[in-house]
Design a protein around this ligand. Structure first.
Ligand code: ATR
Length: 276
């Protein structure tokens, strides 16, 4: 047992939270770096009405880092001492760092989309279609725009796409206007279409995908969505949603511990878990 009175606590909060892979990811990272005596990572189910009490608890207990997942990414912002400019612009916080009693909110979700793409291609001036205009899309659109991509949001409800596009200074289209997808370089699914149990659904008919595309699905359950299967059949590059999960956690890990995250080990454990 390496945990002692000196061990700092990090955690993820959400509702529901029982299936979160964050404890697995972060604790694997601590173990690999041999800092599992200094840090431990747990999870707590926090009801939305208890988020203020939770923020007070972070202070009172001296919890070092708190990852926030649904539905807390907006509500937690009310109870923080500082919010980093990127999180402010995205309008959501997924990471809270307790810096000697000062609670600072960050957003690492945008890195979850940018990093897996950057490994595969240069992003400057790339044309990107983001499908969906909900909560998940905001950080994705922000991140790609910051990297110099030309982003168009496609959404079933055009009005929602327009509102988000206006806010983030990108373009908006209806999900029925897919004809110009052939001119885009990257397609990202940020809708819930294709998520388990509806694993045979896809937001984009296969004929719109071709060989030159990079297709990323934000959905990680199932690992291989219908969209990604179609992309592979069309010989496009297909990127699984677990990579987004990995890279947003990597950035959190570094904020909480000050150490560079062991990405390969964290990736390995995530893949093993997804296959299992
Ligand atoms: P999240 O926070 O995970 O993004 P959300 O805010 O509920 O979830 O957004 C879900 C997104 O998936 C929306 O863009 C939604 O489109 P609408 O704005 O038209 O509702 C999209 N979506 C959900 N089900 C869909 C479906 N069957 N076909 C097309 N888009 C769908």
């Amino acid at each position: 047992m390496k945990i002692s009175a000196k061990t700092k606590i990090c955690m993820v909060i959400g509702d529901p939270i029982e299936h979160s892979l964050s404890p697995l990811l972060h604790n694997t990272g601590y173990q690999h770096l041999g800092i599992d005596d200094q840090f431990v990572y747990v999870a707590a189910n926090v009801k939305i009405e208890n988020i203020k009490a939770c923020a007070l608890g972070i202070h009172a207990l001296g919890i070092r880092g708190v990852s926030c997942t649904m539905p807390h990414k907006l509500e937690i912002m009310k109870y923080l001492d500082k919010i980093d400019p990127t999180a402010k612009e995205i309008g959501a916080v997924n990471t809270v760092v307790n810096d000697n009693g000062v609670l600072i909110g960050y957003n690492t979700d945008w890195l979850g989309v940018v990093e897996p793409l950057k490994i595969r291609t240069s992003l400057s001036n790339k044309k990107v279609a983001v499908i969906g205009a909900g909560g998940a899309s905001r950080a994705i659109v922000y991140g790609l725009r910051e990297m110099g991509c030309v982003v168009t949001i496609y959404n079933r409800t055009l009005q929602k796409a327009k509102l988000l596009a206006e806010e983030l200074c990108v373009k908006a289209k209806s999900l029925t206007e897919l004809d110009d997808l052939g001119n885009t370089d990257i397609i990202i699914n940020a809708t819930s279409v294709g998520m388990a149990p509806d694993i045979h659904q896809t937001p984009i008919p296969k004929q719109y995908i071709s060989k030159h595309h990079i297709v990323l699905d934000a959905i990680y359950n199932p690992g291989q969505t219908q969209l990604l299967k179609d992309a592979q059949e069309q010989k496009a590059v297909a990127i699984q949603g677990f990579e987004m999960l990995l890279y947003q956690a990597v950035a959190q890990f570094e904020l909480y511990t000050g150490h560079k995250a062991p990405i390969e080990e964290m990736k390995k454990v995530l893949i093993e878990h997804m296959e299992g």
